[in-house]
Design a protein around this ligand. Structure first.
Ligand code: AMP
Length: 544
């Protein structure tokens, strides 16, 4: 017998409606592209999202049409998330940091009908426009006073479009399995792949990430989502804040340390979310300025491994708890979060730090396992590393327009990450499978080495790649950006620093200093770029 409960669809329009009805006066604050602060409420946002939906209908947008955005985290972009998906369109958030050839590839591949763009990105699209044959028009997300002169064809002004509509609009009752949005992976090799989220997956993910065991988001939380709306679904925060009626501060393009610090202190933000590179900039600002972070309770950090030195500094210098998160675009994106267990409080801080450096335990809804090359499950002993496989209702099943499933025959998705899982279920990423260093038939974790090297006082950033070695197959090369490039630490002092932190045979064969480590469009260390830069590298005294 089936249960006898209502089967109403889960739709993202319900989130903004709920916020408008039950948290109408909660604020949405934006540091705009133009530089001033804009404030309004969920009630205003819901009305304007409906005006946008009406404007789309007036432009001839049909159910299932894809509408692209190239925009920062702002209230207007927030309206696009609800206006476009709510009326049955599919929101395609485009990462402007992709290479131009990847940009035109994804805009054409997704068949974007209109592009909604911030003024910042007008020159980028002007350079690409001749290749964007399917785009019918460009909506510039500003008012008439700030409209730029442009060579783009069929240009419309966002505020003018909205002003023509009443906001008297009934959201359609869609099928909950219908697509809300598409986000492409950044793909360092090959073309980016599109991940298509549904209304159902988006709502389930929001419940997952707001819970007390995860993001602890409620109507009393003030959230600063620095993670861009164009990267990995903004970690689901755009939906989560509305579900809970949380106040939100959008940073626009202002991501430097001083601006982030100012927004946190000015609006008494208690939770923020970003990749480690953003926090490195904030830390540098705090050290130089002496500023503090009085209101901030916790930061969600993910996208790359969080160095222990960053966790320690946030927690001990600024009283901010670090919650390391792991996930991927294909997972909406949350997979796991590192929250201490009550019994961890009995451990020394150093022992707690070793636990906090892990990527955490899965939130409800995500299943995880690690397997060897023969697909056999590996033990959860914190030592065995294997391919990390996941399953769950907000995880991709097939890439956009792909002909085959993205899953294995038992329905597991291979994340491409290599990880250990310990006895408590705490997962630790040791590498991307493509980056793991194979030395003498064993694996060395580049992430562990990087994390350890970042603990050196004079190291700003560290990256480790495998370099071919005649005897060992590959050996680790440590590449460092010094805090003071004029006076970098000696290679010997860095190696000596590492000796009691990693196994002896993991110690890098050599250390090189460079001015800047290249990053991908999503803020990760660009290992492909580094391997290219150090192609043909030879360790001293070793002939190839
Ligand atoms: P993206 O789809 O751009 O979010 O990238 C997902 C990938 O980022 C994952 O498969 C991991 O390789 C990496 N990643 C995400 N979070 C973490 C983390 N906390 N620690 C280490 N790697 C991470």
């Amino acid at each position: 017998m089936f249960g006898q409960m209502q089967d109403s669809p889960l739709l993202v329009s319900q989130l903004i409606e709920h916020a408008a009805q039950f948290h109408p006066d909660q604020r949405i604050i934006t540091k705009t592209v133009e530089g001033h602060f804009h404030e309004y409420t969920y009630k205003d946002a819901a009305k304007r999202s409906k005006q946008l939906a009406q404007a789309l209908v007036a432009l001839g947008v049909q159910d299932g049409d894809v509408i692209g955005t190239l925009a920062w985290n702002t209230y207007r972009h927030f309206e696009c998330w609800y206006g476009i998906s709510g009326m049955g369109g599919i929101l395609h958030t485009i990462n402007p940091r992709l290479f131009p050839e990847q940009l035109d590839y994804i805009i054409n591949h997704a068949e974007d009908k209109f592009l909604f763009i911030d003024t910042t990105f007008v020159p980028l699209l002007e350079a690409l426009q001749s290749k964007l044959t399917k785009v019918k028009g460009y909506v510039i997300m500003t008012d008439e006073a700030h409209m730029p002169t442009t060579t783009l064809p069929n240009v419309l002004c966002y505020e003018t479009l909205l002003a023509q509509q009443s906001g008297e609009y009934q959201w359609p009752q869609l099928d909950e399995r219908q697509a809300t949005s598409i986000c492409y992976t950044s793909g360092t090799t090959g073309n980016p792949k599109g991940v298509v989220y549904s209304h159902r997956s988006s709502l389930l993910h929001s419940w997952g990430i707001t819970s007390l065991n995860v993001g602890e988001i409620c109507s009393e939380t003030r959230v600063l989502p620095i993670v861009p709306m164009f990267h990995a679904n903004a970690w689901g925060l755009v939906y989560a804040v509305a579900m809970m009626g949380a106040e939100v501060v959008f940073p626009g393009p202002h991501l430097d340390g001083a601006s982030v610090c100012d927004m946190i202190n000015r609006y008494k933000v208690d939770l923020s979310a970003a990749v480690p590179t953003v926090w490195t900039m904030l830390m540098q600002h705090l050290t130089q300025s002496g500023d503090t972070l009085e209101s901030l309770n916790s930061v969600l950090i993910g996208g790359s491994a969080v160095p222990k030195v960053m966790i320690r500094s946030f927690e001990q210098d600024y009283g901010v708890e670090v919650w390391q998160a792991w996930g991927m675009t294909e997972m909406s994106p949350l997979g796991s979060l590192n929250k201490p267990r009550p019994q961890d409080a009995l451990l020394s801080y150093e022992e707690q730090l070793n636990i906090k450096a892990k990527q955490g335990r899965p939130c409800f809804g995500v299943q995880m396992k690690i397997v060897n090359d023969d697909n056999q499950p590996l033990p959860h002993d914190g030592k065995a590393f294997g391919r990390l496989m996941v399953k769950g209702p907000w995880i991709v099943s097939q890439y956009f327009k792909a002909e085959t499933s993205a899953l294995d025959e038992d329905g597991w998705f291979d994340t491409g990450d290599v990880a250990t899982i310990d006895e408590t279920g705490n997962m630790q990423i040791t590498d991307r499978s493509k980056d793991v260093i194979k030395s003498g038939g064993e694996w060395i974790s580049s992430i562990d080495l990087e994390n350890a090297a970042m603990g050196h006082d004079e190291v700003l950033e560290a990256a480790v790649i495998g370099v071919p070695h005649p005897k060992w197959e590959e050996r680790p090369l440590l590449i460092i950006v010094a805090k003071n490039p004029e006076q970098p630490p000696s290679a010997e002092s860095v190696l000596a620093f590492l000796t009691d932190k990693v196994a002896k045979w993991w110690l890098p064969e050599s250390v090189e200093f460079i001015d800047a480590i290249p990053h991908t469009a999503t803020g990760k260390i660009n290992k492909v770029g580094l391997r290219e830069q150090f192609k043909g590298y030879q360790f001293e005294g070793v002939s190839a």
